[in-house]
Design a binder for this molecule. Sequence first.
Ligand code: NDP
Length: 449
Amino acid sequence: MATTAQLDDFMQGLIRRNPGEPEFHQAVYEVAQHVLPYVAANPKYEREQIFQRLTEPDRIVSFRVCWEDDKGQVRTQRGYRVQHSNAIGPYKGGIRFHDNVTQSILKFLAFEQTFKNSLTGLPMGGGKGGSDFNPKGKSDREIMRFCQAFMTELSRHIGPFTDVPAGDIGVGGREVSYMFGQYKRLVNEFTGVLTGKGLSYGGSEIRTEATGYGVVYFMEDMLARQGDGLKGKRCLVSGSGNVAQYAVEKLIQSGAVVLTVSDSSGTLYDPDGITAEKLAHIKHLKEVQRARINAYLDTYPKAEFLPDRKPWGIPADLAFPCATQNEVLGEDAQQLVANGCRGVSEGANMPSNKDAIDVFQQARILYAPSKAANAGGVAVSGLEMTQNSMRISWSRDELNQRLRVIMRDIHEKCVRYGTGDDGHVDYLKGANIAGFVKVADAMLAYGIV
Ligand code: NDP
């Protein structure tokens, strides 16, 4: 069995080989703590060094992106695509535009994506890409020119059987469409090379909603296992982008009471609960007006805006971090637990740091890690790829049902690999091992490649 000393040794080697990449170290540690002991108990994986090989991405492409802003000034950004593993299918994972994007962040996201995609049961490898381009405050034409410049280089490295990117932070339907338009122009092919496209040009119903809905479905399944449900539960949601909006929508439909959303400027707290009508207003603010979340107060003055604060100090039953990595720290987790929070389902990727996860696990509350809870988005992306290949479109109902089944299957896999002798489910352990096994078995079959 792998010991703490073996885990420490493994992590020291990883840190030495990948200096200055704290997010990548964090993501690997999160998986290694469970997979190393599992590998030690299953020598076929150890002999072939499968996990060690999985901590090295297949390749990383890094490139210059030059574009011209509205004032005619030349701007230079850095673009990346981390192709982590194509053991079980073409590389698949989103593109992030945010000024804090680094190679470390994209390596952590691509690593996580490999395990997540495996959990969906669909044939997709893991990848992630992006740029340190900051879309905030840019005009529509600036966004278009940047997306075109970015895709001009990226197009050499992707393809429907090679690598199929999607959206992520700062990349929604508008950006995906600009990139798809440029790809189509460059290669003169209409193929499903990106997912998250508009419905009239190869997009899939439910893709926009899938990540947020899936995060709530996963919580529903965790609660159901304890004979409980979402109705009447007070919920904290962070973020107000794609994932947050549709997590809120599904929570409202499920009879829960959503108290907060947020953005990088602070938290919006509505003690009366965010209704469907209020959510429609939030979507308009964010997607049409591209406003900050505190603009909500102009229409609903009874709500409160807490500048520079995260939602985690407000008493509630359930928490759904849906903004960004490391947004829930140890002290946030302690506050949540002290206030009676019983469950956390992660919409964002790696939103809880190690200290926070330790607090949740020691308190034995329901904790659904992102690689399981937010896999619904990439799952419907996988279904978009299938529809593109078959040149058909499934209905909204059919896709929602498929999403529901996939989330239930992921929950079952986590229970299968994560249930302890006392019946308590460690969803993080379950997700890590279940995600690993499928990829590892494919790697064993390929030999040393
Ligand atoms: P969006 O760009 O639509 O929304 C992101 C939200 O998070 C915004 O409200 C944004 O606020 C906030 N946010 C971003 N960065 C920070 C930060 N550093 N500090 C505080 N708030 C921040 O992105 P998505 O909703 O698509 O993605 C959210 C998370 O979900 C990410 O972790 C992403 O990787 C993950 N995810 C997304 C999937 C998808 O299908 N879209 C699939 C699986 C995971 P502001 O506008 O002020 O920046």
